[in-house]
Design a protein around this ligand. Structure first.
Ligand code: GLA
Length: 739
């Protein structure tokens, strides 16, 4: 009898039913009523995510996901569409599964039934953060999956991941292992993807989903987001606008191969399956080991894309990015100004310029290391992380001291996951490199990827970074690069488990970063990957900011930064003023100021006026950066819609705002409508003041100027708006708006 009860216990647990709607049972309080459903209502301030355990079959279904249902009783009226919450493969599911596994006896099917659930509030001591766990198990096999659903009440964000475990005798192969599965029943579905390439990241494209499958994914292994950033927006019924429409915004926290799969079935229902890309990645899971998927992070807005972005920004600064609520340093970088060609004298002059421009830190880029094969171009030296004696006879320590003497800080570039065949590292550790036997090595930027799955390589990477930091105390910044994807990849270390490579690489990278972060919890580190080739919230737990693109042409940048702004807050997006674009210095500076400002320019070649303008811009930036870093973003006019782009940031108390306006082009006789501001307090009175005006006066932007220096109510600014127009292409305006 006892045995029978313990066998049936999981079954009894799910049979618990309230008969009414509120929360499911505390674990361990079964009520033995058969054939009744158990409702598990989760959600945040404005979102409901409601699951149902069916009394009929014990499976977990998604009953509802969307805007908050205010009346609990309404849940009973929701039409059940039998949407499996975490669909398996092999039994009766006819569409794409979230999980697939083959058991020890060769049985290729998986069945998951509800066992129990738990819920813990105030996770990490934070108000409004709740971790809900739903335990599912195969009734025939000792195989379980725990859905983790973390809800962030105030930010309206949900984070989902899954833990998979079994206690079969031998390893079980798992083929699919999604982080989350969501279902929608709408008239139509509009998907916005953010794809690109080197120097053209985050291009937005919206298209309607039709019956069948659409996949957004990466198979690149490293620098995995080069063609597609792991983000998307999905609009229900009609195309979403900034302030109207129902929008899901989702992003996977994973710095490797990802996959978002959108499948519209014969009834017009949509399932969205997000997670690591199962492509060539079947995973042999040992008994009792937990396979933890990365987090899928999403929000839902019933009032358009703008709110979805603001939700993610708030979540990101509080929970997603290292020190997201702190401040950031302004940078002078030397990559575009000097390339590989520098010595101590040149760098001392750049340190002078860092000070002269009023910037916080000088970031020494690529080219400072390697001796046997000096890093004088991108064909040699990668992997040999000792200062090049010809360029830096006195080492990095000298530069730290020189920086200190000028009252600025020093940082350095590193790309520790990579190796050039022309390097001592390549000669001494051929087995540390990912490359296929019986095939030629395949290069990209003349380099190869190190095998981070190998613990000795992890040790090497940790020791390299740690070694530089400990032998040069005072280093205040790092730029961590990753300039190639995986091709012809094979790991000696993984032996017969080559299909683990894509997954294990990323987890190994995270474990090195974790170790570094234990020792250096707050050192600012910029995440870079040949521009924005690896940007996601899995990595940003360890990084304070990211290099959005190598393309620093200010016109291109408006589009690139526009794209990123949908998912990543301004505090994390590094933008540098450079000489790549041919626009005016003011235009280039205004564009860079929309996020985390830096410079990569030959300051010595600046005219007096340009220097003065830049110095003032840095002072201005330091005054307003708090609003940009922590304010709410309102995208007012999209460069995808008009020949101009306008956006603004408003601080929490609506007492300060900063508006950026850019004319991209102006056709003959073209006029621009007034722009209605957003996010202000209608009852407050604001002074509108143009800032960042060049000494020699400004070019273009005639239409708007009369409004600078005047005072308006928030109501006026939001209902009538400001003139943000000019007949001169590539001109810009920045307004500081203060109560
Ligand atoms: C990558 C980065 C650049 C620069 C170079 C150096 O391309 O994106 O910013 O650091 O590497 O080689």
């Amino acid at each position: 009898m006892k045995k029978l009860f313990s066998l049936l216990f999981p079954y009894f647990l799910f049979l618990y039913a309230t008969g009414q709607v509120p929360m499911g049972p505390p674990p361990g309080t079964p009520q033995m009523q058969q054939n009744q459903d158990l409702i598990i209502p989760l959600g945040t301030k404005n979102i409901s995510l409601i699951y149902k355990v069916s009394g009929r079959d014990g499976r977990l279904y998604q009953l509802y996901f969307g805007p908050k249902l205010e009346n609990p009783d309404d849940i009973k009226l929701v039409r059940d569409q039998d949407h499996l919450a975490y669909a398996t493969f092999g039994t009766d599911n006819l569409f794409e599964p979230a999980i697939r596994a083959t058991h020890n006896d060769g049985n290729p099917s998986l069945e998951l039934k509800f066992v129990t659930q738990s819920s813990e509030t105030r996770i990490g001591g934070r108000d409004g953060v709740t971790l809900n766990k739903i335990f599912l198990k195969d009734p025939q096999y000792p195989f379980e999956a725990t859905l983790n659903i973390k809800t962030y009440e105030y930010e309206d964000v949900i984070e989902q991941w899954v833990e998979i475990k079994h206690s079969e005798k031998k390893p079980v192969t798992i083929f699919n292992y999604a982080s989350s599965m969501l279902h929608f029943d709408a008239e139509k579905y509009w998907l916005t993807q953010f794809h690109g390439d080197w120097a053209e990241e985050m291009k937005m494209k919206e298209s309607e989903l039709t019956a069948g499958i659409k996949i957004l994914d990466s198979k690149l292994g490293t620098r995995a987001h080069m063609y597609q950033t792991p983000v998307f927006m999905l609009s229900l019924n009609e195309k979403a606008e900034e302030n109207t429409g129902q929008v899901l915004a989702g992003t996977l926290g994973w710095s490797g191969n990802f996959r978002f799969l959108f499948e519209v079935d014969e009834k017009g229902s949509l399932r969205v399956i997000s997670g690591i890309n199962p492509f060539a990645s079947e995973y042999s899971l040992d008994p009792e080991k937990v396979f933890k998927t990365p987090s899928m992070i999403f929000t839902f807005s019933a009032t358009g894309k703008g709110q979805a972005s603001r939700n993610l920004h708030r979540w990101a600064t509080r929970y997603g990015i290292l020190d997201g609520t702190g401040s950031r340093m302004t940078i002078l970088n030397n990559w575009e100004a000097t390339g590989f060609n520098f010595d101590e004298k040149k760098l001392s002059a750049i340190l002078d310029n860092t000070k002269k421009l009023g910037l916080d830190v000088f970031l020494l880029d690529d080219g400072w290391f390697a001796n046997k094969y000096p890093r004088n171009n991108d064909r040699a030296g990668l992997g040999d992380w000792q200062e090049n004696k010809a360029k830096l006879p006195d080492g990095l320590g000298y530069l730290v001291k020189e920086a200190d003497a000028r009252g600025v800080k020093f940082g350095f570039w590193i790309e520790p996951e990579m190796v050039n065949p022309k390097s001592e590292l390549y000669e001494t550790h051929p087995d540390w490199i990912l490359r296929l036997p019986n095939r030629p090595e395949n290069y990209y930027r003349n380099q190869l990827v190190l095998d981070l799955t190998n613990p000795s390589v992890q040790e090497f990477v940790f020791n390299t970074v740690d070694g530089i930091l400990t032998s040069n105390p005072g280093i205040a910044f790092i730029k961590w690069d990753c300039n190639r994807m995986m091709t012809n990849a094979y790991s000696v270390n993984l032996k017969d488990k080559q299909s683990h490579l894509y997954v294990d690489y990323v987890n190994s990278l995270y474990s090195v970063l974790e170790r570094l972060r234990k020792k250096y919890p707050h050192l600012p580190v910029m995440l870079c990957s040949g521009g924005g080739g690896r940007v996601d919230y899995g990595a940003l737990r360890y990084f304070t900011e990211f290099w959005a693109s190598d393309n620093t042409d200010a016109l291109e940048r408006i589009y690139i930064q526009w794209g990123y702004s949908h998912f990543f807050p301004a505090i994390s997006v590094c933008n540098h003023v450079t000489s790549w674009g041919k626009q005016s210095l003011k235009f280039r500076t205004d564009v860079a100021m929309m996020g985390k400002l830096g410079f990569d320019i030959e300051a010595d070649k600046m005219t007096e006026n340009e220097l003065k303008f830049s110095q003032n811009a840095v002072i201005t930036y330091n005054r307003i950066k708090e609003v940009i870093y922590k304010g709410d973003l309102y995208r007012l006019i999209s460069p995808y819609d008009e020949n101009r782009a306008v956006l603004m940031y408003v601080n929490g108390t609506k007492s300060r705002a900063v508006l950026f306006g850019y004319i991209l082009n102006a056709r003959y006789g073209e006029t621009f409508d007034r722009v209605k501001l957003q996010g202000l307090d209608p009852a407050k009175t604001y002074k509108v003041q143009e800032i960042n005006v060049p000494n020699e006066g400004r070019r273009g932007f005639g239409q708007g100027m009369s409004e600078s220096g005047r005072t308006f109510t928030g109501d006026y600014l939001m209902k009538i708006g400001l003139n943000i127009g000019s007949n001169t292409p590539l001109t810009s305006v920045v307004y500081e708006i203060s109560e």
